[in-house]
Write a protein that binds this ligand. Sequence first.
Ligand code: ABU
Length: 353
Amino acid sequence: MTANSKPLAVRSWDEWSPLKSIIVGTAANSCFPFEHERMISSTTTAAHAAQFKKDNPFPQYILKAADKELDKFAKVLRDRGIEVFRPNTVDWRAVGGYTGSMVRDGLLVVGSTIIESAYSWRSREKEVDLMLKDTLFKLAEDPRITIVRAPKPPARETLYDGYPEANKVNPLNGVRWAINNSRIAFDAADFMRFGNVVVGQYSHVTNDKGIDYVRSHLPKGVLLELLDVDDPHCMHLDAVLLPLRKGLLIYNPDRTNKEALSNIKLFDNWDCKPFPFVPKARSDPPSYMTSNWLVLNLLVLDPHTIMVDEYDPEFAEFLRKECGMEVIGIPFRHVNCLGGSLHCATLDLVRDS
Ligand code: ABU
């Protein structure tokens, strides 16, 4: 087989086509991220804000249990014939970093183009390099794969300068974004893939320059559409939208609605269903930085199969009965403590479409 006839190790255009290869995060050594006070108050849970300080690892019992959950998740995927890569183990405390568990946030894969996040959280600046130098960067040596590395951020952080005048507000709720527009900033998880359309949102970590930058690096023919999202703690689109297959989407009715979705032409002929219940409260183990809407943060394996957190059996039943999905439940409560659920903790590399 010549290099050019080898199947591409990175090719994934949407969130639902049959999954063939994926990265599953690791929890070991994760620390509370240490960021500007305005960022912490905008994106984390007020009751836990004091824990977001320098050199503060998450409790060991949470990290151990989270790694067990992630290992089990990886095994279930492997048992189904999906290739699973795991990140390097990193001493996050030693490097002033955060975690290896939320791999979705750092890289946006659109086809065979990988766009690295220009993180506004400086604790995440080296995350992708440290976690993935032995996996993703090796795969990306194939010249058919384009890897767009993050622009180097300035030595002195400028994103918090000039507040409040320099910061825009979210027009839907009047909440001022935590960051200004002085440099490119975005998290990959503020974007979701729908084939030749990527849907994105502004958030406390994604600004105008970030949106323009992502748009300019998308593969030819892929359009970026923006969704206004009504969430005072706005950060990441994958607890707002859950596409199950082409034409079928569950949305978070607290943050968006049919009218906002109808501004995106792609959804013209889609069945967009609101999440049908009040999501269950999550407090033990603690939700340091996430909402109950993690219930939507799930991994679709193919257009008729989805992996869910076994904590939400009511929603699992809805997905089975009303959406025709086979549902595979796994425990994930301790991974949730670190900032996300099954979608956040993964990065799909290959989906057959
Ligand atoms: N990182 C996803 C968090 C989204 C949410 O808590 O609603």
